[in-house]
Design a protein around this ligand. Sequence first.
Ligand code: PBG
Length: 309
Amino acid sequence: MIERAIKIGTRKSKLALWQAEYVKALLEQNGLKGELVLIETKGDKILDRALSKIGSKGVFTEELEDQLRNGDIDIAVHSAKDMQASLGDDFELIAFTEREACHDVFVSHKKGFTVDKDKEFVIGTSSVRRVAMLTKHFPNAKIVDVRGNLQTRIQKMEDGLCDVLMLAYAGVHRMGYNDMIVHEHPLDTFTPATGQGCVAIESATNLDPEVRSAIRKAINNEKTEVCLKAERAFLKELQGGCSIPAFCLATWTADNELKITGGLAQANTEEIRYTYTCSPDEVESKGTQIAKDTLANGGAEILAALKNS
Ligand SMILES: NCc1[nH]cc(CCC(=O)O)c1CC(=O)O
C-alpha cells in the first residue's frame, strides 16, 4: 500500500490540467493519492514562432523531465501525441489512458458555418500534417498558422484570423467546446497523428518499482497500449516528432487483430500510405515496417525537403 501522494507533473494549459486531473482521479479511484505540480515549458513560453521552426523535439517535455530526473515529481502527464518517439535512456512511458475518439474536427465561432469543399474559407492550424492533408482535400481553402493553447486559438479565430480551426476532437471535447464543432473529418482520409486522443504517463527509470506498478495498474489501458506501441514504433523509425507530416493509427479489429495504417502526407499531392493487419505481438515490427515502406517509397525525399525548408 502506497501512503504518500503521487506527485503528478503537468503543464499549466487548461488542456494539460484537465488531463492531469483525469490521471489524478484514476489514481484515486484505485486507492492512491495524487498531487499536481504545475510546470512551465519552452513550448508554452514561445508563442510567436511556428512549432516546426523552434525544432519541436521536447519543447513541451524538457522541463518536466528535469523534475522527473531529480525526483521532484513521480510522473509527468502528456498528450501522447506530443511525445517524441525516442525518450532519453533514463525515461520511459509507463502507462497510456484509454484512447477517446481520435479524429480531427473543424470548430467555428460562426454558428451554422457550413463546410463546402468548393467554397473559399480560411482554416487555422499549425500542424504540418493537417496543412498537407488540407491542401489535398480542401484545395480552395486558405490556411493560416495559429499557435497557442486552445483558448488562445479560439480567441484569435474570433478576432478574425480564420473561419474555422482544425483541432483534435479529444482536446475540443475535454475543454467543453463540442457545440463549436462544424465538421468531423473521417479517420481514413485525415488519419490522426501518432497517439492522438490518448494521455501518456512518463516516469524516470529510477522510479520506485512498487510505485511504478501501482500507477500502471491504476492508469494503463492494455488495448490502447498495444495501439500506441504500433504507432510509436512507426514514429521512431521515421525519427520524427510532431513537426513532420506523419500520420499513424492502430485500431483493434473484430477478430482481435490490429489494423495499422500510416505514412506521410504531402501538400497538393497523394500521400504515401501503407496498411497492415497483424496479431498483437507483431505490432512493433509492423509499425516499423510501415515507416520503412514509407521511407523507401518517397518518404525519405519528403523528410529531406522539410529539413532544408
Ligand atoms: N499538438 C497539441 C495537442 N496535443 C494534443 C492535443 C489534443 C488532445 C489529444 O490529441 O490527446 C492537441 C491539440 C490539437 O491537436 O488540436
